[in-house]
Design a protein around this ligand. Structure first.
Ligand code: PRT
Ligand code: ZN
Length: 286
């Protein structure tokens, strides 16, 4: 029987589109959208299962799917034996403790004897234990941010991204319990052929993720500035230098982190660089 790799991704929510996008950029075509329970890739032995994110750790741990894409926060809360293979760089957020804004916060001991509403009781308990604080956790399944306002709890422990949900509910963030982003996890249960397929998938995803963080730079510079510019922008090995038709000038091509580019732009201009072009990279293999 030909082997196939199954990957579980979120059916509908914050992770769905970006998970599908990553598979697509890894060169995997999935015909039908996430309207059904599963879909087959047409050009890679891969089947995609569309699930609620909360169910993914169990499905992967039990080997129903060999891989999954979900938030680190959910992996940590569910505590199933899955292995983190890759940080995917999207759905970045933090799990934080928050309390009513008007309260002066002295430190974690404020929570002693208090009641905290959360959908992450496991992670919260561990944090409180580490801090040596005894608080009661109130597990609720949604709209955690309204709990203090209706008198259900003194504080909350919830996912924060921009902070606007806390703000509109009169709360302030006082402790970061964990940071999270989307990750690729793998099952402890898979055969050799599936392991090989997963390695191929990881290789492709890495090429995509690496490229997302970087830009391809082309610029023109006077020849005497090339050594200095090459030091500023060393690229993968060293920059490509091509002569321009105009005597004494060259075109220099290199790869940089986007942030580094902004950090050195003034220096580049001082060195005489001009006609600077910055473009996206699709894949990058070292
Ligand atoms: O239906 P299913 O169970 O699959 O989905 P879900 O509702 O449990 O999850 P979903 O789609 O909301 O989020 C999936 C994952 O995205 C989470 O597990 C996190 O890893 C990640 N993520 C990133 C977030 C956020 N950012 C986020 N802002 N998850 C939730 N939020 C919510 C948060 O709960 C709060 O209500 O957004 C609000 C806070 O956002 P700000 O911007 O106002 O701070
Ligand atoms: Zn969920």
């Amino acid at each position: 029987m030909e082997s196939i790799l199954r990957i579980a991704i979120q059916k509908k929510g914050r992770l769905s589109e970006k998970s599908l996008q990553l598979l697509k950029e890894a060169g995997i075509s999935i015909s039908n959208g996430s309207s059904r329970l599963k879909a087959q890739a047409s050009n890679f032995p891969l089947e995609v299962l569309f699930l609620r994110d909360d169910d993914i750790p169990q499905y992967v741990a039990e080997g129903v799917a060999q891989a999954g894409i979900l938030g680190e926060n959910v992996v940590a809360e569910k505590a199933f034996p899955v292995e983190t293979k890759l940080e995917l760089g999207f759905a970045k957020c933090r799990l934080s403790l928050a309390i009513p804004r008007e309260i002066d916060y002295p430190g974690p001991q404020w929570f002693e004897g208090k009641k905290v509403a959360t959908t992450y009781p496991g992670i919260l308990q561990q944090f409180l234990e580490k801090e040596g604080v005894h608080a009661q956790t109130e597990s609720i399944s949604g709209s955690v941010e309204v709990a203090p306002g209706i008198g259900l709890a003194d504080g909350i422990c919830d996912i924060v991204s921009t902070g606007s949900t806390l703000f509109t509910n009169g709360l302030k963030e006082v402790e970061t319990v964990m940071r999270s982003q989307a990750i690729l996890v793998a099952s402890p249960q898979m055969n050799q052929a599936q392991e090989a397929l997963l390695e191929q998938l990881i290789f492709r995803m890495q090429a995509v993720l690496r490229a997302r963080k970087r830009k391809y730079i082309l610029l023109n510079a006077p020849n005497e500035a090339i050594p200095a510019i090459s030091q500023l922008l060393p690229g993968m090995k060293s920059p490509t230098v091509l002569p321009l038709a105009e005597e004494g000038w060259s075109s220099l091509h290199t790869v940089v982190h986007e942030q580094e580019f902004w950090d050195v732009i003034d220096q580049l201009k001082k060195l005489g660089a001009e006609g600077i072009l910055v473009t996206n990279i699709e894949k990058m293999i070292l």
